[in-house]
Design a binder for this molecule. Structure first.
Ligand SMILES: [Zn+2]
Length: 376
């Protein structure tokens, strides 16, 4: 699908193409994809990655909050494809396969273990189709297993199996790189990285989450965890999910100073505070201080401007892998892309109030309207 007409953008990417063909030893297929890879793109600027698909699919009415397993892959694959397209239209450089929570343990939880292979294959197929059509990067995805327990060797074996099989499917599908995300344990993140390094030859982006406490569940700081991940061979390290821009930024500053490799930042688009620094800790004063997570978070959603400001600040700090996690809509991704000075296709529809019926500045707007502004 991606042919020679891309020649102006593939200049000097011979080694990447060769690396890509080495990336799929399991299939024996030679890579035809000649887009600059993730690391090359990061070397010259930012990469925007839309995440948080399960929340957006829940909001659209195709996924159940709670277990958060995307059975939509089997029931409405066209909805998943459209969501990928929406995020690319809004400025995402990446189409990440919706394999988040499509692992053995999650499917066992909902009694659908038999669908494991089919769901992973469909997710990878849809993402690859969109990625190649839109010339975005095609990313695989593995995540928190929820069974990791440092004191239980049986659980550790199951975790390793989950990572191995999902990385294998992603590598077979020919992903450009693999994201490992949303870990609460630094050690589980290291296990995920180990699987990517053992069972694929593509770059690894490893991000984890910091909840209320400023450490991972084994007590490592964010900076220390990133140092360990970098030392273990991760190409990009950082944070995703759980914290909003305001409570993630101070940690990102420490991480940026602690590692040499590229840093990733994908906050949730919610107004987290010092007292309630994670989206799971937010309580809503309008509703008897009830926990807002997961379906009462609407009043805490950040504005486009707040994401724009976050993008500016993070990029100025030297953080180049940027995205938004659970709760992200296309409007956030567009604002993030625009904060980097970009004009994605969707920017054609970015706000322009000059022709607004009351607030506009256009000559054609009557004074009978503009004079009424203060009474609106
Ligand atoms: Zn998330």
């Amino acid at each position: 699908m991606v042919t020679k007409k891309k020649s102006t953008r593939v200049k000097g990417t011979k080694s990447r193409a060769a690396a890509a063909s080495r990336a799929n030893p399991r299939t024996g297929q030679s890579a035809t994809h000649k887009e600059p890879g993730l690391m090359k793109r990061l070397a010259t600027g930012a990469v925007v990655c839309a995440e948080g698909y399960v929340f957006e699919l829940e909001r659209r009415g195709y996924l159940q909050a709670g277990a958060f397993v995307p059975t939509v892959l089997l029931e409405h694959p066209e909805v998943v494809e459209q969501l990928h397209m929406d995020f690319v239209h809004a400025g995402s450089d990446v189409t990440q396969a919706l394999t988040y929570y499509v692992h053995r343990e999650k499917l066992r939880m909902i009694g659908r273990e038999k669908d494991l292979g089919a769901m992973n294959h469909i997710a990878l197929k849809i993402a690859k189709k969109v990625a190649r059509k839109t010339q975005t990067l095609f990313a695989g995805d593995i995540c928190n297993t929820n069974i990791y327990d440092p004191n239980e060797s049986k659980a550790l074996k199951q975790v390793a199996r989950i990572f191995e099989e999902q990385v294998g499917w992603a590598a077979d599908a020919g992903v450009d790189y693999i994201v490992a995300e949303t870990f609460s344990w630094g050690q589980e993140a290291l296990m995920a990285l180990d699987a990517i390094k053992k069972h694929s030859k593509v770059p690894a982006v490893v991000t984890f989450s910091i909840h209320r406490e400023l450490v991972t569940r084994e007590g490592w700081t964010a900076a220390e965890t990133c140092r360990r991940l970098e030392a273990a061979g991760a190409d990009v390290v950082g944070l995703n999910c759980h914290r909003g821009p305001r409570t993630m930024l101070p940690l990102l500053k420490e991480i940026r100073a602690a590692v040499k490799c590229d840093v990733a930042a994908l906050p949730v688009p919610y107004r987290t505070t010092e007292e309630q620094p994670s989206f799971m800790s937010l309580t809503d004063p309008c509703c008897s201080d009830r926990r807002a997570f997961p379906v009462g978070l609407d009043p805490f959603v950040v504005t486009r401007q707040e994401i724009f400001d976050f993008g500016r600040e993070a990029y100025a700090m030297g953080i180049k892998y940027l995205g938004v996690c659970c709760g992200a809509g296309p409007q956030h991704i567009r604002a993030l892309a625009e904060s980097l000075g970009r004009r994605p296709e969707g920017s054609k529809y970015s706000v322009d109030m000059s022709k607004h019926a009351f607030f506009g500045t256009d000559q054609k707007i009557k004074t009978v309207q503009t004079e009424y502004r203060s009474r609106l």
